[in-house]
Write a protein that binds this ligand. Structure first.
Ligand SMILES: Nc1nc2c(ncn2[C@@H]2O[C@H](COP(=O)(O)OP(=O)(O)OP(=O)(O)O)[C@@H](O)[C@H]2O)c(=O)[nH]1
Ligand SMILES: [Mg+2]
Length: 614
């Protein structure tokens, strides 16, 4: 069957990825802020007797592109690779969107215009005459509400018809518009807009502006942001305790069963030890301790993103990034880093200036990703909350977590400033960030997707990386050279240096072995301690704490471990991504060294001061 290629073009934040997901059933990340998609994504769908390849491309305001992701969009549109281009537009600001439609129509006429966000237009009492719009443009026009799949049927039909036309995909490499042509297009867009759109109520974003006056105000903007972040942390810490307990009880119960079974099967001790105490324990630890906080934090964070809060964060933080001679959009890439630093690094493509993009890439690792975030929570829960925690303790833990994160943000700014004053000198470029309208988040979908996606992601990584790591550690701990095991030799070697940093050899080795994935740092510590100690039953965080305390942990060790968790080299995936994005070994090496040096220095200082109080 012949495959037709359909491209989804349009201004940023108009719902292209949502249309893409709706048509293909895939899960491209969507979010209520411009610049979310930075690379082309492909998916397939079928309609009647035809199969289509759908390409989701980054948003662009015009074909006279300026940034990397806009160039990707422009090059794709102009390449003629697509048989049909679907231009997705925002019904609530059609005039501006029509500029791009008209520019694309100069290149190819095989276009279907999708007027999306009709639900919002309706709320704002904007009426669009789709029929005359289609007549004036000379191409099919379909109205959609991309969040509801039903409304996409018509779009599929129009795409189908458009591909029946001969000479589909007549590409045209011409994309230089003279000033006069560009002005003509603007005039034409304005004319068509006046013909097809009528509004009853011009003051439709009154509420948005009212909220923005508080949320982005000079006085309340930042405190409100910190309060919101604190609230999310608090809900995460309080909410994660209970499911964690249930899960770990369940896994312990299962472990008992597995041990009985292995005895019945008369498995050799080494096999029983490596499988159950090595692999099984690591995996179940990851699931029971790391999953609950993630399953709470990420949906909450994504809801804020879907609501449209992130661009407001960027707006508030702009002044600080500007003072650090960096780019305001860096706060957006920083926010993406909370999910995954590798994604944050790719997201840096939204920053146009190469200098500022590099700064954003090099400092992205200063905010903890989903592999480190639950580690921080686990250490806080173990060392700073007891199992019968009262409200004061949970508030204190929240403040501690908030402090660590704010420290990460502060260091991002500091390091940006240092970089732009030394190896990446330059004047900050100005930018216009659009504040998109607030949108009601899709509660059910966001919660389901972020739990499912993250859960599967973490589980996947745990299985792929933690399980073999468990095996290796078990083997190291059980292979003896002279009096001591190989594991002991390694940790003893690292110990003197680690002590200077307020930690011990095991912790340092856990961070080193955790290079492939941060998720496994604490499980490695547990395995190392268990291999040398004699506690084998760990049925609660309290006993886990006992294991750590037995191995010499104090609150200072916990604090330094948290600092090192926040500040150390990026994980393997992130390093590879940095190499790919910068095309340079030098910058990758620097991205590796900067946070590590910062972490070591800070731990050394904190440990030296802390020891005075112990
Ligand atoms: N109310 C409403 N919201 C929508 C609709 N379509 C998309 N959205 C929301 O609009 C936001 C932006 O959607 P995306 O699909 O990420 O937009 P995009 O065009 O891919 O954005 P970029 O990748 O940044 O160019 C998301 O929060 C969507 O949930 C719609 O028809 N109605
Ligand atoms: Mg997108």
């Amino acid at each position: 069957m012949e495959l037709k290629v359909i491209a989804l073009a349009g201004n940023p934040n108009v719902g292209k990825s949502t249309v893409f997901n709706g048509l293909t059933g895939l899960n491209q990340h969507t979010g209520n802020w411009p610049g979310k998609t930075v690379t082309n994504a492909q998916g397939k769908f079928t309609y009647k007797d035809k199969s289509f390849v759908l390409v989701d491309i980054p948003g662009t305001y015009s074909l006279m592109a300026t940034s990397v992701e806009e160039e990707i969009a422009r090059d794709y549109i102009c390449s003629g690779e697509a048989d049909v281009i679907v231009v997705v537009t925002d019904a609530t600001c059609l005039e501006r969107n029509l500029n791009l439609v008209l520019q694309i129509l100069e290149i190819t006429t095989n276009v279907v215009v999708c007027v999306n966000l009709l639900d919002e237009a309706k709320k704002k009492k904007i009426h669009i005459d789709l029929g005359s719009l289609s007549n004036l443009l000379g191409v099919p026009v379909v109205g959609t509400v991309a969040r509801s799949k039903k409304s996409l049927e018509k779009l599929k039909e129009q795409i189908y018809f458009a591909t029946l036309i001969e000479n589909a995909g007549s590409g045209n490499s011409r994309h230089h518009f003279t000033e006069e042509e560009a002005e003509n297009i603007i005039r034409k867009a304005s004319f068509i807009y006046r013909q097809c759109v009528s509004t009853e109520n011009r003051n439709y974003n009154y509420f948005d502006r009212k909220i923005d006056r508080i949320v982005t105000s000079r006085t309340f903007g930042i405190p409100l942001m910190i309060l919101l972040l604190g609230m999310i942390f608090w809900i995460t810490i309080v909410g994660a305790n209970y499911p964690s307990g249930i899960l770990s009880d369940f896994f312990l119960h299962l472990e008992g069963k597995l041990l009985t079974m292995s005895e019945a099967l008369e498995l050799p001790t080494w096999l029983e030890g490596s499988l159950i105490l090595g692999v099984y324990k690591t995996l179940t630890w990851v699931i029971s301790v790391m999953l609950p906080p993630m399953a709470i934090f990420f949906p909450l964070f994504t809801l804020l993103e879907d609501f449209g809060y992130l661009p407001r964060v960027a707006f508030n933080m702009d002044q600080f990034f500007r003072k650090a001679s960096a780019h305001g959009k860096q706060s957006l890439t920083m926010c993406m880093g909370f999910g995954c630093n590798a994604c944050g690094v790719i997201g840096c493509r939204i920053i146009d200036s190469p200098r500022e993009r590099l700064i954003a890439i090099l400092t992205n690792n200063f905010v903890p990703c989903n592999g480190r975030f639950p580690t921080l929570i686990a250490i806080i829960t173990m060392f700073f909350i007891t199992s019968d925690a009262g409200p004061t303790q949970t508030v204190l833990s929240t403040l501690l977590l908030l402090g660590v994160i704010l420290l990460g943000i502060f260091l991002t700014l500091m390091m940006s400033k240092i970089l732009s004053g030394t190896i990446l000198k330059g004047i900050p470029s100005s930018f216009a960030l659009e504040l998109p309208p607030y949108r009601r988040p899709q509660f059910g979908k966001v919660i389901l997707r972020s739990i499912l996606d993250r859960t599967l992601f973490v589980l996947g990584r745990a299985v792929i990386i933690a399980a073999p790591a468990g095996l290796i550690i078990w083997a190291l701990a059980n292979t003896f050279v002279g009096e001591a095991s190989l594991l002991a030799h390694c940790t003893d070697f690292l110990d003197p240096f680690a002590r200077l940093l307020g930690i011990d050899g095991v912790i340092l080795m856990a961070f080193i072995l955790g290079f492939p994935a941060n998720e496994i740092v604490v499980p490695i510590m547990i395995m190392c301690y268990m291999a040398t100690g004699n506690i084998t039953e760990l049925d609660s965080l309290d006993q886990l704490k006992a294991l750590f305390v037995d191995n010499g942990w104090t609150w200072l060790t916990a604090l330094c471990t948290m600092l090192l968790c926040l500040l150390h080299f990026p994980c393997g995936t992130t390093c590879l991504t940095i190499k790919k994005e910068t095309q340079s070994l030098k910058w990758t090496l620097l991205a590796f060294l900067i946070p590590t040096a910062a972490g070591f220095t800070l731990c050394f200082i904190v440990a030296s001061i802390g020891r005075l109080f112990i």
